[in-house]
Design a protein around this ligand. Sequence first.
Ligand SMILES: [Zn+2]
Length: 227
Amino acid sequence: MIEDNALFGITETHLCPDESGQFLLNSRVLEPFTLLQRACAKEGLNCDIVSSFRNLTRQLSIWERKWTGELPIRDSSGLVVSPDSLSDIEKINTILTWSALPGASRHHWGTDIDVYDKDAVTRANWQFELIPDEYVGSGPCSSLNHFLNENLQEYGFYRPYATYEGGIAEEPWHISYKPVSQEFEQVFTVQRYHRFLKNLSFSGKESVLANFDAIFERFVLNKGNIN
Ligand SMILES: [Zn+2]
């Protein structure tokens, strides 16, 4: 049984630090991730963590800063959009293309990790932004991306945001350890999340709750709705 505290990013009891001590991962993900990192290292690739576990407070802060325009918000092709030009529901849909609602981030589970090739980025003296262009062509994480395409599965990982379906943008850096993340997914129901969100205070709450089923389908389940 996964409790609300673990599902929605409130507790850290299901986590442990990674080898560097800088990041927290789900305790059951540390070993498979370390094996994946070693496999990358054999190919001269440094599969390092940009972001792993993120707690509810942090996700709330990202949401609020995007809502107020303190952090830039982008459309699905990565172009910055002015929040003032958008209605509440347009703003919600735009923010959700790149950021999860508080409580609904897969990063709360510790099973999902954003990765990059740290050495390649340093070598290229690259101003890293975590955008898809950095993972293809002459981008510094292109070789890592290619290796992950071929080998992720063998280590139990997959990419939940491999392609843009009208929900969450394509995120080649976001990998998930399926044996554990699917346990979280299975209990993350629309009713359970609605109950949680009703008791949380955040900007845009009224509009989010008024459009809850559509938002859940499109952005939490990430089922496409290109319109
Ligand atoms: Zn991510």
